[in-house]
Design a protein around this ligand. Sequence first.
Ligand code: NAD
Length: 476
Amino acid sequence: MDFKNFIDGTWVATSETIANVNPSDVSDIIGHAAKADAAQMDQAIDAAHRAAPEWAASTPQQRFDVLDAVGTELLARKAELGRLLSREEGKTLPEGIGEVARAGQIFKFFAGETLRQTGDRLASVRPGVEIDVTRSPVGVIGLITPWNFPIAIPAWKIAPALCYGNAVVLKPAELVPGCAHALVEILSRAGLPDGVVNLVMGRGSEIGPRLVESPKVDAISFTGSVPTGRGIAESCGRHLKKLQLEMGGKNPMVVLDDADLETAVSACLNGAFFSTGQRCTASSRLIVTDGIHDRFVTALSEAMAAMKVGNALEDGIQMGPVVDERQLQQNLSYIDIAAQDGGKVSGGERLNRATEGFYMAPALVTETDNSMRINREEVFGPIASVIRVGGYDEALQVANDTAFGLSAGICSTSLKHASHFRQNARAGMVMVNLPTAGVDYHVPFGGTKGSSFGPREQGRYAAEFYTTVKTAYTLP
Ligand code: NAD
């Protein structure tokens, strides 16, 4: 299958392509994706720039009809598209199908939001003057997305962008062109004017800067790694461009002596290893108090040993492969670093399966402290470390001692500690007796410190980024 770019309402091929490889079976080439050059990116930006005014003038009903139709089709095709997602990204089939359903629900949510756009009318301090505060579209928005949620993240950027009347250019990650292509193909039949949605695939380092620096692009929404995000922020700063960044995490999960052991093990197993640990919200630092430490480590190790790792498309698999060889090597090197720094590693070895792929066992590193590299740097793989602490106060201090601030969790039956943690954990999202990963689609998503920058994504809060506020004074 050829995954072409979509520019100004037309599917466009490129002379060079990038192979789309199944990480569960490297002999399975899913297709070849377009590899755009800067000129093609410019064409997409120009098309969005021309189309933006027409879409900005569209009625709520027109916007509702498009978003609702896309949501309906995604939900109806979740099994087929979930299979494509799992085949190209490597998360298990139930996870892949769940992610497509999530994308559909996001479009449905923002379909509803098209009908609920409000403003404020205020009396002026000057006699007879009326004030209206309304929201307007921003214009053309560049969307840059990572590989780990190949349909949900493009959906949670495109849906609000269209809901609030913007045109977009989507630059998806190189490893997952199939899902971006499938989503844009659905959008291409949903009744949008040409040029409102454009898809440009290619190397991020080659075409990404073109999108970020173009004077015709009014705002950038980026999800990905900290180094890429930092470079984009510097460029947007120079161009005074509106910006939203969602980046990495080193998310703490505190387990207190009074936790329900079964709840804690299940939350940590899910948070650390589901989706092969490739989630920005993954629980990578397990901060465990003395009294429960040994029982917790034994129970979690047993649960990890029982996890079925294998081909993402097979029944009963709980953890699929790592996304590619580069990421697998990075994971294995962090396991070496953790061991050299004094951590005790169990699991984490490369695995062979019937098909050649990027398989590894989930890894647990015990006997670590919070200063070790394994606890400071995001790995983005199925590796969790355990930090032993004396009590709640130390646990909170360690949880907050990080450059990141995306998600933080606590397992405890103490209302006092859970409530204190909710208020004092320095993270954008706090979970009590739940995995640090796994969020609802109708509420804001995002973090603090080095994890995020700019307004929140998702829910009603998405309006902060995808609109600009206008204050109008009228003397009738
Ligand atoms: P990445 O930073 O390598 O790439 C992200 C995107 O940026 C890709 O589309 C890539 O092509 C593009 N890109 C690369 N160089 C660019 C440049 N110079 N200019 C513009 N664009 C460029 O990240 P990744 O490896 O795809 O994804 C993994 C990272 O994403 C992890 O750090 C993870 O924590 C993060 N992530 C964060 C969230 C969140 O919401 N906070 C969600 C998912 C993933």
